[in-house]
Design a protein around this ligand. Structure first.
Ligand code: PAF
Length: 280
């Protein structure tokens, strides 16, 4: 496994690999890898011949007062996990390499980024799409892999790739959960044992909604109220949003007819967590 810090060296390597007729898969991450990330690298390994993982805590997707400084980092452990999971190359750029003095070009997907996390984290998706566009330009993979846990991010990136005519397939892979249902996230490490228990309320609320929806409840106001009730039973929970939106435009709907996304963001103590489930 090779580790690259310089974009042009990685680009040259991938070009060489592609010249040999090999397919290249790419998994962008912010590190502190867990099974969710590794499920993506394994899928990439299955689909393609050469797998690149990037590890970069992207400063421009964090807002003021968010957890950029304390975001968990453990490069040595990440590299060893990559090595043991068949990753071929890891890209670990420095911030000053990605954002040189005078950097002034941003990618912004409109509409899809207005609601859900876009509403409570202004500028977040602009930071995400800008860095992902840069990473896709540098790596130039055949396929890039994203997790369904960040459902809005995945849909926004798919839109960006289509709008900018990027010749890259974007694959969205299922959420990986702990045995008790908590969606895997690098941020779970912030949770105290009590908060860890309370964090299960997010998935519990989504399962409750799925159950009610399966039994015929289609009214999203009633479903969302139920979700809120489940989460607010927990002492340290503070809801950011609970929303049921259509899967394409990510706009709130009154009644569920086609495919819908039930999504939640909540703070458990100081830790902001997100989760979602597809209905339909
Ligand atoms: O999902 C993440 O870890 C990040 O948002 C991403 C896609 C790596 C961009 O920094």
């Amino acid at each position: 496994m090779e580790v690259y810090r310089e974009p042009r060296l990685l680009s040259a390597k991938v070009k060489k690999i592609k010249k040999q007729g090999k397919g290249v898969g790419f998994v962008p991450t912010m590190g502190y890898l867990h099974e969710g990330h590794l499920s993506l690298t394994r899928k990439a390994k299955k689909d393609t011949d050469y797998v690149v993982v990037s590890i970069f805590v992207n400063p421009i997707q964090f807002g003021a007062g968010e957890d950029l400084k304390k975001y968990p980092r453990d490069l040595r452990r990440d590299l060893s996990l990559c090595r043991n999971n068949g990753v071929d190359a890891v890209f670990v750029p420095a911030s000053k390499t990605m954002y040189k003095p005078g950097f002034s070009t941003y990618v912004n997907v409109e509409g899809l980024t207005d609601g859900l996390c876009g509403a409570s984290r202004p500028g977040h998706f602009k930071g995400v799409t800008t860095v992902v566009a840069k990473l896709l330009n540098i790596v130039n993979p055949d396929t890039a892999y994203f997790g369904q846990k960040d459902a809005q991010q995945a849909i926004v990136i798919k839109q960006m790739a289509a709008d900018l005519d990027m010749p890259i397939k974007i694959k969205i892979m299922p959420i990986i959960r702990e045995k008790d249902g908590l969606a895997m996230s690098s941020r779970n490490v912030y949770l105290s044992p009590l908060e860890r228990k309370e964090a299960l309320s997010l998935y519990r609320s989504l399962r409750t909604v799925k159950g009610l929806w399966k039994r015929g409840e289609k009214n999203t106001e009633k479903l969302a109220r139920k979700m809120r009730d489940v989460i607010l039973k927990e002492k340290h929970a503070e809801i950011d949003y609970v929303s049921i939106v259509d899967m394409k435009a990510l706009k709130p709907i009154k009644r569920i007819s086609g495919k819908a996304l039930a999504a939640v963001a909540a703070k458990i103590g100081k830790t902001r967590l997100i989760d979602n489930i597809i209905l339909g």
